[in-house]
Design a protein. Structure first.
Length: 163
């Protein structure tokens, strides 16, 4: 459900500005889309037990192994530092495709999970939560980063898209 709240703020971003950072806003749109995709995959793993990231979308490297087709998981993980070097990130269209595929996976996992499984505890960020609450948390996490994209748009002088 949160995908439209991210993608509605993407018009105006493209390959030329996907890694542009603004003063006081270090998360650029390529990093944000990769970070959200990785986080949704990691949350889905806690529910479905499938721990392999899609190799077409991610490489597990050292933070500098990304490129025009894939994210380096270490470059977009929690605690990573976004780089203004666009070559480290997929093209803008690939960023969007990877984000949407991760959201589809998370939604499918939520839709098809056994209800009793969703009540099971899992660890996340050093604490415990239920698997069902973790999936809900992904929507809230996406909303937080949607707000950052709005702030980035404003800082870059992009036109308003809502209101």
């Amino acid at each position: 459900m949160s995908v439209p709240y991210i993608t509605r703020f993407l018009p105006g971003f493209d390959d030329s500005n996907r890694a542009v950072q603004a003063p006081g806003i270090h998360n650029h749109v390529a990093w944000t889309l990769g970070h959200l995709a990785l986080t949704m995959h990691r949350a889905a793993e806690r529910v479905d037990g499938k721990t392999d990231l899609p190799q077409a979308d991610f490489v597990v490297g050292d933070g500098s192994s990304g490129g025009p087709d894939r994210f380096d998981s270490e470059s977009v993980c929690y605690g990573s530092t976004p780089s203004s070097e666009a070559v480290r990130y997929p093209t803008f269209d690939r960023c969007v495709t990877i984000f949407e595929a991760a959201a589809e996976r998370a939604a499918a996992v939520a839709e098809h999970a056994d209800e009793t499984l969703l009540g099971d505890l899992t660890t996340w960020g050093g604490s415990e939560t239920t698997k069902g609450d973790l999936l809900v948390r992904m929507a809230l996490h996406n909303a937080t980063h949607a707000g950052q994209i709005i702030d980035l748009r404003r800082a870059l002088g992009m036109p308003k898209l809502v209101g």
